[in-house]
Design a protein around this ligand. Sequence first.
Ligand SMILES: Nc1ncnc2c1ncn2[C@@H]1O[C@H](COP(=O)(O)OP(=O)(O)OP(=O)(O)O)[C@@H](O)[C@H]1O
Ligand SMILES: [Mg+2]
Length: 310
Amino acid sequence: MPRFDVTIAGELNLDLILYGLPEQLQPERELLAERMMLTLGSSSAIVAHNLAALGSRVGFQSRIGDDSLGQIALERLQQGRVDTSRVRCASGPTTTGLTVILHHNAWRNILTYMGTISELTWDDLDLAYLSDSRHFHLSSYFLQRGLRPRVGELLHYMRSKGLTTSLDTNDDPDDRWDTDWHKILRDVDVFLPNEREACKVAGTDDLEAAVRQLSELVPLLVVKLGAKGAMAARGKERIFAHPRSVTAVDTVGAGDSFDAGFLHQYVRGADLAKCLASGNLAGAFSTTRPGGTEAFREAEHLKNFLSTTT
Ligand SMILES: Nc1ncnc2c1ncn2[C@@H]1O[C@H](COP(=O)(O)OP(=O)(O)OP(=O)(O)O)[C@@H](O)[C@H]1O
Ligand SMILES: [Mg+2]
């Protein structure tokens, strides 16, 4: 029996989220936010945290700087019962990364200082630790600048050790999306883009065409559709899953929470409909509190939400 249900190698940093901003951000003016939140950010860490909150055993490998923001992020993961024994605190000039989110009513600005995010490399990885698991997940592909050249190799290695694998690219800050997708995706069991990312990877504006194309490259494609729920493509089969109805206060991290919900059931061998329902549930639950992990830190809130599942 492997030590972990899911292992993740990736970025660990905080999100600083500002709410209640003026719609126009005029240069050189002192502009006020109504509220702020400093919370665990980074797709990889949010997936890890929320998987553990759901009850999975999670091992996490990352690189942070020797600074207080890195320590706070690390403590959040530890409080969430994620194994952080392989998180390396590297002394040196580079500090832990930080994402600043400017939250507007209908949209967000997401500004990331990469810091140590881009410094995680193959040489930092403890492959024996990461492969002592049922499943390996990788998020934020485009932010992993140090690791990216060997991500294909990493996924291939994990598969050769008997793990299943999943990938969530998240956004490409350069908006280029130019990767050898055949090489990366051939060792991915579950590909987890949102609608825009699926189209960008496939190089088309047409979601149907993107789904057709990508489902030929991976055994299971899962596309997150925001407030519309999610869909999966397995070969020619298509399954749509309705969203869980919720009063959303903040969708930051909903996609990462979806990944956690989906993978929590996937590693238990649940059928696809159950995995999708679990993803939608976790995604919706995440929106009930600001940030990507705050809802999952409230055990009672989580228990109540899960118990009202239809
Ligand atoms: N308003 C909502 N109501 C119900 N469920 C929602 C809502 N918004 C998001 N979700 C759930 O969260 C999932 C992920 O949302 P979304 O498609 O926004 O992911 P994403 O764009 O990858 O997000 P992220 O910004 O975290 O990367 C959806 O598939 C859905 O299950
Ligand atoms: Mg996402």
